[in-house]
Design a protein around this ligand. Structure first.
Ligand SMILES: Cc1cc2nc3c(=O)[nH]c(=O)nc-3n(C[C@H](O)[C@H](O)[C@H](O)COP(=O)(O)OP(=O)(O)OC[C@H]3O[C@@H](n4cnc5c(N)ncnc54)[C@H](O)[C@@H]3O)c2cc1C
Length: 379
């Protein structure tokens, strides 16, 4: 029966409009995603089937040329799909972001053969891809050192090292990440790594306070041959400039989903506690207004994701910073509204609070963004 249902789902035509795509994602959010959320959070179940269904619903394809309902790239649609799913599960919207970021790396790479090989399946959710770019982005922003190192060999590079936390992973998944050359650290290369269980393998060393079902592992790379065919960019600085705005802005989808969830918690709590909640400083209407403003700003910024102007980049940093800070503020307020009922293990306010902290610590974290803005100002 399951196989028949899966075949039926595969035969479903791709959505033909934004509304069609979003209503399919909403239907999934209110069934599979909502039902799975506590299990994903508590038992660490990776929601692979849900992600496949989201792919079939068009949630991973709208920002990629030739894969969405429109011939144009619709980054805002991709962000909205994350927000719709994220209203019920922050872990799922984070996984969507990783899949979408990987699709974007292929989108803006000059390696068209690599794009042709992987992107259609990424867009459909038939293949899982992820981003192992926290370490390279933090390194290039002067926060830490590169953790993957390579050396030039015939036809490619030999790469070794390890990344401590990468999510949306499992055997057979793909990861976009970057390494520097051991003998020439100024030279950095970005490539696709295939988790082959051999010289690129994953190990689960850590448990987290939330996002347990995010398929997060350490990635161990040992003398792995990265052929030139798998290279996304060499050298990477101009390419990283191209991927950064969409990388950062698409995370707004996770933030908006979380904030909506917090508004729902506040409204729900008000049904019985409104007589006292009305004295709290930050009320649901405040967050609704702020969300509308944030959405408008992101909608404007995602129109030009390849804009090289530093002034544009600064606006992107500020928008991403504001999204993280608003998420934390809403998380705090939701707990204040819910009171003791939100302090019970398994309460929505408990899970959503823990998920929200991640928005502020995932790269680019609040502290990283504040540093990056200060660096831009100093320059
Ligand atoms: C659940 C989970 C899932 C994640 N999933 C992903 C993912 O899918 N992909 C991904 O790429 N990342 C992922 N990350 C990483 C994430 O995006 C952030 O990069 C990470 O959480 C930030 O960690 P931090 O705050 O410890 O690092 P920061 O505080 O930003 O940086 C600390 C770094 O600075 C170094 N350091 C300390 N002192 C000095 C010094 N004096 N000079 C220079 N360096 C120094 C430390 O060694 C450390 O590496 C995940 C993290 C978590 C928790």
């Amino acid at each position: 029966m399951g196989a028949v249902a899966d075949l039926a789902a595969l035969a479903t035509p791709a959505p033909s409009t934004r509304e069609d795509m979003l209503s399919r994602v909403k239907a999934l959010a209110e069934t599979d995603i909502k039902d799975m959320a506590p299990t994903v959070d508590r038992d660490g179940v990776y929601p692979a089937d849900t992600l496949r269904k989201l792919g079939q619903a068009g949630a991973f394809s709208q920002h990629l040329s030739g894969h969405g309902y429109s011939p144009d790239r619709r980054l805002l649609d991709t962000i909205e799909a994350m927000a719709v799913a994220g209203e019920h599960c922050g872990c799922t919207s984070f996984l969507m972001w990783l899949q979408n970021a990987f699709g974007w790396y292929l989108e803006v790479s000059d390696n068209t053969a690599l794009r042709d090989m992987l992107q259609a399946r990424v867009a459909q959710g038939a293949l899982f891809g992820t981003s192992g770019m926290s370490n390279p982005v933090k390194s290039m922003d002067g926060i830490e050192k590169f953790k993957l190192r390579g050396r030039r060999v015939k036809g490619g590079y030999e790469v070794s090292g390890s990344l401590p936390y990468v999510s949306n992973l499992g055997d057979g998944h793909y990861m976009g990440s970057a390494f520097e050359l051991a003998d020439q650290p100024d030279h950095k290369v970005m490539a696709v790594f295939h988790i082959n269980g051999d010289d690129v393998k994953i190990a689960q060393n850590t448990h987290f306070i939330a996002l347990e079902g995010s398929g997060t592992y350490a990635v161990l790379v040992k003398k792995h041959f990265v052929s030139d065919d798998m290279v996304l960019a060499d050298p990477i600085p101009p390419y990283v400039k191209r991927i950064k705005p969409a990388f950062f802005l698409m995370q707004a989808g996770i933030a908006l989903g979380q904030i909506q969830a917090h508004i729902n918690i506040m409204r729900d709590a008000d049904k019985t506690l409104g007589h006292v909640n009305q004295y709290l400083p930050d009320r649901p209407e405040f967050f609704e207004d702020e969300m509308a403003k944030a959405t408008e700003l992101v909608a404007e910024l995602v129109k030009t994701p390849l804009d090289p102007d530093p002034g544009y980049l600064r606006k992107v940093y500020e928008a991403r910073l504001a999204a993280g800070e608003l998420t934390m503020r809403a998380a705090n307020s939701a707990l204040m509204h819910a009171g003791a009922r939100g302090y019970i293990t398994g309460a929505a306010a408990d899970r959503r609070f823990r998920e929200s902290v991640f928005v502020a610590i995932v790269t680019p974290a609040t502290k990283h963004l504040r540093k990056a803005i200060a660096d831009l100002d100093a320059a």
